[in-house]
Ligand binder design. Structure first.
Ligand code: ATP
Ligand code: MG
Length: 398
């Protein structure tokens, strides 16, 4: 017995190493499997986890056939009954075939060994070894298999912890963004409100006379700031509706090239400092909500004017596979790579940059494009510029 134990110390070490070495839990299980195969013989191994759906006690999450050629489909079927039994009884189960069964077809009645996978809160699932045609598992092998099961259970525990940590991290990031958002939005709302109040109070002063030109100037500022405020409030409301999928979108066939030409002429009038270009290499019909799609391009244009001031902006419409691709490229300062994965998130703004904004524009763009069955993404090279790319399905009239 002493010799037997010493013989297996390397296996125990190899197993512990296999459990901790790989980042991905399935890859870790593959490594565990490679070690386990050298400890004892089996043909299939399957891992079942307790199911949240009460109609099905267990759910197969991992299966490998290593021995006498079984299909992955069969893997799950072999072990499910044993796995359920293990979970119900919370103990290991040995199911050996009957003599008659063995004589009839050794593939139909395998030797099954099911082991509970335990965690802090009880039983998490079952590990089932399948052997076709024996030999039967010895008590010593059952003991080893139990050790393997504790290792697999700790691997699963690690996976669950990691998932919980990632979810917590996401929640924390969103909370931080929301905190920032409240600070940003109150600043954003106060600024135009301050202008409106200030200029209106000035105009109302009884002790001063204003000539017509000054009056008009002040009133124009008031009107512009009120528009700005309105836009901001619209954005906040819209992003909330998009988040909860309650923003109505009315799709109808429209000519994308015509819509882009319209955007161009409006953009030229609105952003006089921006050098805007349009290149069209196709004239596709798309199924779209014109108002919403216009909003996307206006958000991108306002970003280019804000974050790449004075830089030329190129709008291109080109074919891509069976879809069309709209490229919106500026040659501004670009966006550092660590911010790229976040800029479509609600409230996200690149820290430390100038310009006013609430971090809602790109979130709104993404939601609208997705509601059109399309995709939007960003490519950027610091110092070279930023491109927003939109792929939209082409509509073929029936
Ligand atoms: P809002 O659009 O709600 O007024 P915003 O412009 O800050 O506010 P988004 O349009 O969602 O929000 O943009 C998110 C961030 O992405 C911006 O704050 C900016 O940091 C960055 N960004 C967007 N477009 C560009 C661009 N063309 N060049 C460089 N940075 C950009
Ligand atoms: Mg914006």
């Amino acid at each position: 017995m002493q010799i037997e134990q010493e013989e297996h110390i390397p296996d125990v070490l190899a197993l512990a190493e296999a459990v901790t070495q790989q980042e991905d839990w399935k890859e870790a299980l593959d490594s565990v499997l490679a070690v386990v195969r050298s400890i004892f013989l089996f043909d299939n191994l399957a891992l079942y986890l307790l199911n949240e759906n009460p109609a099905n006690l267990t759910e197969i999450v991992y299966a490998r056939a290593v021995g006498r050629g079984q299909s992955a489909g069969a893997d799950a079927a072999w072990g499910v009954e044993t796995a359920n039994q293990v979970i119900r009884q919370n103990q290991f189960i040995l199911a050996n075939p009957t003599e008659a069964g063995l004589a009839a077809n050794r593939l139909r009645e395998p030797y099954l060994l099911g082991l509970p996978l335990r965690n802090d809160s009880g039983i998490a699932g079952a590990l089932v070894f399948v052997r076709f045609g024996g030999p039967p598992y010895t008590p010593e092998q059952v003991q080893r298999a139990q050790y393997i099961a504790t290792q697999v259970a700790s691997l699963l525990e690690r996976k669950t912890l990691k998932e919980k940590l990632a979810a917590l991290e996401d929640a924390r990031r969103l909370l931080a963004l929301q905190d920032d958002f409240i600070a940003t939005i109150s600043h954003e709302l106060r600024t135009p409100l301050g202008f409106i109040k200030g200029y209106a109070t000035t105009l109302l002063r009884q002790d001063a006379e204003w000539d017509e030109q000054t009056r008009r100037e002040f009133l124009t500022i008031i009107a512009e700031e009120a528009d700005h405020l309105n836009e901001l409030i619209e954005n906040v409301l819209e992003s909330a509706r998009l988040q909860s999928n309650t923003l109505p979108i009315h799709l109808q066939p429209l000519r994308l090239d015509a819509l882009l030409k319209d955007i161009l002429s409006r953009g030229k009038a609105r952003y006089k400092e921006t050098d805007l270009h349009l290149e069209l290499s196709l004239t596709p019909l798309v199924l779209a909500d014109g108002v919403r799609l216009t909003q996307v391009f206006e958000n991108l244009l306002s970003n280019a004017a804000k974050y790449a001031p004075g830089a030329p902006v190129h709008l291109r419409l080109t074919p891509k596979e069976n879809a069309c691709l709209i490229t919106f490229a500026d040659s501004g300062p670009g966006i550092a790579p660590q911010h790229l994965p976040h800029i479509f998130q609600r409230f996200y703004r690149v820290p430390g940059q100038g310009g006013s904004g609430s971090g809602l524009g790109l979130f709104i763009c993404k939601k609208i494009i997705e509601a059109h069955g399309g995709t939007i993404w960003v490519e950027s090279e610091p110092g070279q510029g930023t491109s927003f790319l939109i792929q939209l399905p082409i509509f073929h009239a029936p």
